[in-house]
Design a protein around this ligand. Sequence first.
Ligand code: NAD
Length: 490
Amino acid sequence: MPSLYIDGAWTEGAGQPAAFDVINPFDQSVVRTVDQAGERDVHAAVSAARAAFTGGEWPGRSAVERGALLTRVAELLVRDKESIARTETLDTGKTLAESRIDVDDVVAVFRYYAALAGQDAGRVVDTGNPTVLSRISYEPVGVCALITPWNYPLLQLSWKVAPALAAGNTVVIKPSEVTPLSSIKLVALLEEAGAPRGVVNLLLGDGPSAGAPLVSHPGVDMVSFTGGLATGQAIIRASADTVKKLAVELGGKNPNIVFDDVDLDTAVDYALTAVFLHSGQVCSAGARLILHDAIHDEFVAELAARAERIRLGNGLDPDSEVGPLVSAAHLAKVEAYVASAVDEGARLLTGGHRPDDPALAKGFFYRPTVFTECRRDMRVIREETFGPILTVERFTDEARAVELGNDTEYGLAGAVWTNDIGRAHRVSAALRHGTVWINDYHPYVPGAEWGGFKRSGNGRELGPTGLAEYREAKHIWHNTAPAPMRWFKG
Ligand code: NAD
């Protein structure tokens, strides 16, 4: 079965470069071989999206009608939930429980944008002149390239494709080459739901073969990208010549700040989930635990004891709490960060190695790892490890906690734990991060904006702003009583 989708048809593409294997990170078996797009396919997909946009059938439909298609997709996702969740687990290694939650979240995102699509068509502007009608209309940007990472393949795609289509754009999707399978399924559902020819296109392949030619293609009006900082920087540079509209969601190095007035059992529980969910492969992972001195020793002892009990295993096994890392290359990167932390003098409290269980030997597993006595200049504190590595720093007063929490080039997310309401709101206001949780970690809702300050990105996904990213505001000025103004007297 061909796996590229261009101009309303499934295709193998031009066949250059060759197809590639998608690997199950649990045992390195091949889940599926898929087609790889090259420059000719990129051009074909962008041309199809351009023709569909210019033809006007999709942008010309009412927003409510476009929303109806999104509702239909949500229904199909519910119908196929189990098979899609299974695919996501085979592809990413995450547990089936997590994959099911991802599908539920994706359904909620489609429903949210289905409802929002027709709610706000623009506004009338006061000109002070009753014979002039001045109004703002919201129009689609055009052809949008949607480029996604491997950690939440289906979820990240839904945050882009649902608002992009709701706004009337046509799209070319390029998922991560590491985890493309759920994106293939979603595109099949968009087709089944009735997306017109050319409105949705799918290219598979890596950055150099498929991503880079898409970003530099003059037929693309907007790039919405989620991924790493270095790739984001390359995309910003590559899009400069053609002055594309950009939305970039990049990495994070997220502080989880705990004061000494909280219930330790609960705070330890959340600190574990904050960082070790999905083996730490979460952009908003609470990888920097910033602890009040008074609770530090008791907290880290309990944390390490519980981290040692986390059950690693096959994502399809209901007893597994955490799956493997996504690839051999990513495992090597995580191992290198652990080595650097040890070299730079951090104290390894637990983990720091692959599991001993022979049943996990073929998978890219790594034990949950905790370092104490970390300093701000260490690589493991400054850089996004994107793995199951927790670093611990300590503070004695609020100002220092905030200073540490903001001492990062990133600004995606963070949390503060305290029962002092005033302090909770002072600290959450002072943290320069796009999301701040108070006495919680990780929850998000489709109606609330998501995105980063500083080098965590530009733009927002979700919420009304997540729709606005895919719209141009056009000012239409209508003089209903034109008469000569005689600026030039002759
Ligand atoms: P990545 O940057 O390696 O790849 C992301 C995507 O970009 C992939 O589809 C890849 O093929 C493509 N790509 C690579 N080079 C390209 C190029 N030159 N031009 C165009 N496309 C190119 O990221 P990843 O390793 O897949 O994902 C992990 C990263 O994603 C982490 O840094 C994580 O923090 C980030 N992330 C951020 C958010 C967020 O909401 N801010 C969410 C999830 C993941």
